[in-house]
Write a protein that binds this ligand. Structure first.
Ligand code: RIB
Ligand code: CA
Length: 318
């Protein structure tokens, strides 16, 4: 039986690779895609999600548009206005315009109704700011207990990407992230920069994806190629000609949990600090009062991850 999941995305080049992995891997069933303000305005995230699914022949997967701004902080700049433009994403992904259209129900309604009515286990995988998930938690007091597992791309212990202390998804709606971390989800896995920066995809792997000649192989090589150029120029990793593809690591974990190595710790989000807003505070030495609430990934297995991308992108939709 394939493992079911919902992806909550701010598509985005790495979200697009996550969508393709979830839509094409034979051991996964992508039930729906919900979008949120993040890398780009939510309407572009929706358009990018639709065009990705159309391009790989999975227009049957519904897309629901979500929240257009952070949950609480109306005074907080919309993330893209302050995020340095590094060319990692662009507004519209470099594949043809979508033919499919977005669903009329909102993302938050879809999430609440799906988890309220299902008898099946559906993992929830947010790979953008956590605004939709926090809204669902606020609207449905039982939401957290209904979701069997949440796998979040976000946070960092040893790193920051949008500020010296914070990772973008958590920083972009720190109040939402704080509420999700404190919501009491049954199982919460966090895939932070500590792990994703170890799962680099090289230019060589990108060329191998292109050589597959499939829609997913071509799109992935184009999206990851763009990331490699931008990372090499603006945020060099431990090795040149390689870049992280953060969001896809969460999906890979659902297929093979050994793709990451986690520690069960308490994680909270700083929402006030002038220098540290959006920081994930990980109680690595059990110094705080709270019991662990999160399986926090400190490492990732690059070889397993890249092999999974290559195997999956060799496929075409049935
Ligand atoms: O910090 C990396 C994360 O921010 C990724 O999910 C990327 O797509 C952006 O949302
Ligand atoms: Ca993302």
């Amino acid at each position: 039986m394939p493992r079911k999941l919902i992806l909550d995305v701010d598509t985005g080049t790495d979200d697009a690779v996550a969508i393709m992995l979830a839509a094409l891997h034979p051991e996964l069933e992508l039930v729906g895609v919900t979008t949120v303000n993040g890398n780009v305005e939510v309407r572009y995230c929706t358009d990018n999600s639709l065009r990705t699914l159309d391009f790989i022949g999975r227009s049957d997967i519904p897309v629901f548009e979500g929240m257009a701004r952070p949950l609480v902080r109306a005074d907080f700049p919309i993330p893209r206005a302050v995020k340095k433009s590094t060319g990692v994403h662009g507004l519209s992904l470099d594949i043809p315009d979508p033919v499919s259209i977005v669903q009329s129900r909102s993302a938050v309604e879809f999430l609440i109704e799906t988890y309220r009515s299902t008898t099946e286990e559906i993992a929830l995988v947010p790979t953008g700011p956590l605004t939709n998930i926090a809204a669902a938690v606020a609207l449905d007091p039982k939401f957290a207990e209904r979701v069997p597992e949440v796998v979040i791309m976000g946070g960092a212990h040893h790193h920051g990407n949008v500020t010296p202390s914070a990772e973008f998804n958590i920083w972009a709606d720190a109040d939402a992230a704080a509420s999700v971390l404190a919501a009491g989800f049954r199982k919460l896995v966090m895939v932070p920069l500590d792990a994703t920066h170890e799962a680099l995809v090289s230019k060589q792997a990108c060329d191998a994806m292109e050589a597959l000649g499939t829609p997913a192989g071509l799109a992935a090589s184009r999206f990851i190629g763009r990331r490699i150029k931008a990372y090499d120029a603006n945020q060099p990793m431990a090795e040149q000609n390689a870049a992280p593809v953060h969001d896809a690591v969460c999906v890979a974990y659902l297929v093979d949990p050994t793709v990451i190595t986690t520690e069960h710790r308490h994680v909270a989000v700083e929402t006030q600090g002038a220098l540290t807003i959006g920081r994930t505070v990980v109680d690595i030495n059990f110094r705080g009062e709270h019991p662990p609430n999160c399986h926090f990934a400190f490492h990732a297995d690059r070889h397993k991850f890249v092999a999974m991308l290559l195997d999956t992108f060799a496929r075409v939709a049935a």
